[in-house]
Design a protein around this ligand. Sequence first.
Ligand SMILES: C[S@@+](CC[C@H](N)C(=O)[O-])C[C@H]1O[C@@H](n2cnc3c(N)ncnc32)[C@H](O)[C@@H]1O
Length: 253
Amino acid sequence: MWCWNKKLRRLCLVEVSQRQRQLNAIRDTRGRMQHFWKAHSVELSAKEMMLDDDADALGLEEIPELLSLLPDLNGKDVIELGAGIGRFTGELSKTAKSVLAVDFMEKFVEQNKTVNGDHKNIEFLAADVTKLDRPAESVDVIFSNWLFMYLDDEELYKLINKLLLWLREGGYLLFRESCFHPSGNIKRTDNPTYYRRPGIYCSMLHSVSAKQGGVECGFELMFSKSVRTYVEVCITKIYILLLFICTFQFYIP
Ligand SMILES: C[S@@+](CC[C@H](N)C(=O)[O-])C[C@H]1O[C@@H](n2cnc3c(N)ncnc32)[C@H](O)[C@@H]1O
């Protein structure tokens, strides 16, 4: 790049290094997310899971609310992605046939094991979901609370394609993400989270398809809605927060 004088040259260099920083950041989503969760895996607490000082009170209402939206888990094989310290894992295992609880922070997985290890139908796995593989048609329900927002668009798209393959016919994917804004009140200096619009998730899920037994199959949106617990809290905190739950059904048309 040719610059006419020193000032302009300096500006050009600043612009180039800014662009380089942006590029580095885009290339290194994994590093940024690992770094973020390392910084938030000290206490191994609900506060860290929800990044909110009121986590304990919120959890009392939020956990049953989300669980009430799941299909009947009796006799079902379940995968919980981004399971954290296991706020949901133990509950899921009470009715499911099996639960595979996955998280990429080993400390969270260990904490989950400490709390829920006596449930013999739970398998605990320390793994990055972007690198996870499972056999085709091996799971009935995939549950995930606040994970997709820690993946960039490309990673999320690839994962959703895999989830479709892992699900058995008639299976369910239920996930919950913070949309538009952060949900928790804990200050974050470096926050790499992707606060997408709900429609982005819808179009991404509708855009994937797979062939099983020569038949085209995909996700069908059953419902999406705000989490009531948070809507009520937001009113008292006087800022608007939108959360999104979406259940997709796997179907063979
Ligand atoms: C906001 S916390 C939610 C934890 C748990 N679902 C809950 O509601 O208590 C997000 C979790 O996702 C995990 N996570 C983020 N990116 C991940 C990835 N690529 N693979 C596996 N786990 C991931 C983090 O370690 C963290 O435990």
